[in-house]
Ligand binder design. Structure first.
Ligand code: ADQ
Length: 449
């Protein structure tokens, strides 16, 4: 049996391997169980090596061989911070106004993909199946083909893919789209994203197989963690501090795609327009700092600091604080318990590939007394979780109304909605995501024979 070769920008560090926190790592954990796997990518380290002469460091842990390379400071700046995070990330989240294009960054992006290809190729065996992950590595398939790699290669995009009119505005877009044709299969999160990719391919007169493969979680594992947290010290501390108030929970990386300023405004609107909730609810937002060295993220953090401080200053009583705001990560087992205890989860990204937090909240609920999910209709999870209270995340008033509806919802309706969502979360899991993508990849005609 050939190996599965996963390629992603970041390979989890040895410390992260047992307890993954990012969406991609959480999803892949399940996928790679029981299959000989090589996981290749950036170590997360920056070192002053010579471009293009990188030899991967390998180590084996939990049945997976990890092979990593470092980036030079110049590669890290142009490829990761620049083209990936300042250009592709905002563009793929429909935020043209935040794109800071530079041709140098595009060139570094293409060059680093070639470096990845050259470092990976010697590790490959003829019957390996290669699965490239995410927007950092769009041209990797093309770079591998250029140096003679003939293995089956699939690509999965974890972010949304915008309409071609938007994507086409990016200098270099045509090349990136054409490079997609090197893959045997291109996987997207939703049918909408798939349609956009099909349209982009058609606009460049190239063909490639595409499919929607929504990513999921391991719902039983998360539910077990949530149940285990009940009665544990962290959840007890939280409960005690709540004085029977209803908990509204938000959990996101601190990222402008997650709609946090609008969410804070929406919560403030709830307090303003529905006074019955004043003093009766607490909003806990956990938002660990992410990409903290990119200017846009610094600005977002300042804005949220300001908003949280101002809203608390304006609405707090001497014995009640409306918002609790934490910019550090919280261990998953603790977080699972918080999800279970929360009366409402507020998941309002302006755009999101999928959003695993929404699925985790559903999985964590107590079947007899579940909470309510308030969900952005622009999350990739929205088509699957149609029983959530759906909101337009750009409209703080709609968020406030959604929160009010969620907080006022009677138990039978909460149970009915939750059951439908729990079925959906069990139907599409991290495991089925990987299996269905890899099965579809296996059926494609090889492109490079
Ligand atoms: P992300 O943008 O990182 O992922 P998401 O799908 O919500 O977003 O996944 C985040 C993961 O990290 C979840 O498992 C969550 O529990 C965990 N996490 C978040 N905040 C945390 C905290 N404070 N402490 C501990 N853990 C935390 C990207 C795309 C998504 C897509 C995923 C997977 O942007 O749209 O769903 O990849 O494809």
């Amino acid at each position: 049996m050939g190996r599965l070769v996963v390629v992603s920008n970041r390979v989890p560090s040895p410390r992260e391997r047992g307890n993954p926190a990012g969406g991609l790592a959480v999803g892949l954990k399940d996928a790679i169980q029981g299959q000989p796997t090589l996981w290749f990518g950036w170590s997360g380290q920056i070192s002053a090596g010579k471009n293009g002469e990188t030899k991967p460091k390998t180590s084996t842990q939990g049945g997976v061989t990890y092979a990593t390379i470092d980036l030079t400071p110049q590669q890290h700046k142009g490829f990761y911070q620049g083209f990936s995070n300042r250009i592709l990330w905002p563009l793929f989240h429909y935020r043209m106004g935040l794109v800071e294009y530079s041709r140098e960054d595009l060139e570094t992006y293409l060059a680093v993909n070639e470096v990845f290809a050259k470092a990976l190729a010697p590790l490959l065996k003829p019957d390996d199946v290669i699965w490239v992950q995410d927007y950092h590595l769009i041209p990797l398939g093309e770079a591998l083909r250029a140096i003679g790699v003939r293995n089956r290669i699939g690509f999965f995009l974890h972010t949304p893919f915008p309409p071609v009119a938007l994507f086409g505005a990016l200098p270099g877009a045509a090349h990136l789209i054409r490079s997609l044709a090197s893959y045997e299969l291109i996987g997207l999160q939703t049918e909408e994203d798939r349609l956009h990719v099909d349209q982009a391919l058609a606009a460049e007169n190239v063909t490639a197989a595409t499919g929607a493969f929504p990513i999921g979680i391991d719902p039983d594992e998360f539910a077990a963690q949530a149940e285990k947290a009940v009665g544990g010290p962290d959840l007890e501390r939280l409960k005690e501090s709540m004085h029977d108030r209803a908990l509204i929970l938000g959990v996101d990386r601190l990222d402008y795609s997650k709609g946090l300023p609008q969410r804070f405004q929406g919560y403030e609107r709830l307090l303003k327009r529905f006074p019955e909730h004043r003093g009766r609810v607490t909003f806990l937002q956990v938002a660990p700092v992410s990409r903290g060295d990119v200017a846009e993220y610094k600005a977002l953090r300042r804005r949220l600091d300001e908003q949280a401080g101002r809203i608390n200053g304006e609405w707090a009583e001497f014995d009640w604080m409306p918002i609790r705001y934490i910019t550090r990560a919280i261990p998953r087992p603790t977080l699972a318990g918080f999800h279970r205890y929360a009366r409402v989860a507020l998941v309002t990204p302006l755009r999101d590939g999928m959003n695993l937090v929404a699925k985790e909240y559903v999985a964590a609920q107590d079947a007899t007394d579940p909470g309510v999910l308030v969900l952005s209709r622009f999350a990739g999870a929205a088509p699957e979780l149609g029983e959530a209270v759906m909101v337009n995340p750009y409209d703080p008033d709609e968020i406030a109304e959604g929160l009010h509806q969620a907080l006022s919802m009677e138990q039978p309706e909460r149970i009915e909605r939750w059951r439908a969502m729990d079925r959906a979360v069990h139907q599409v899991t991290a495991g089925t995501w990987a299996q269905s993508f890899l099965a579809a990849l296996g059926k494609q005609q090889p492109r490079a024979s």
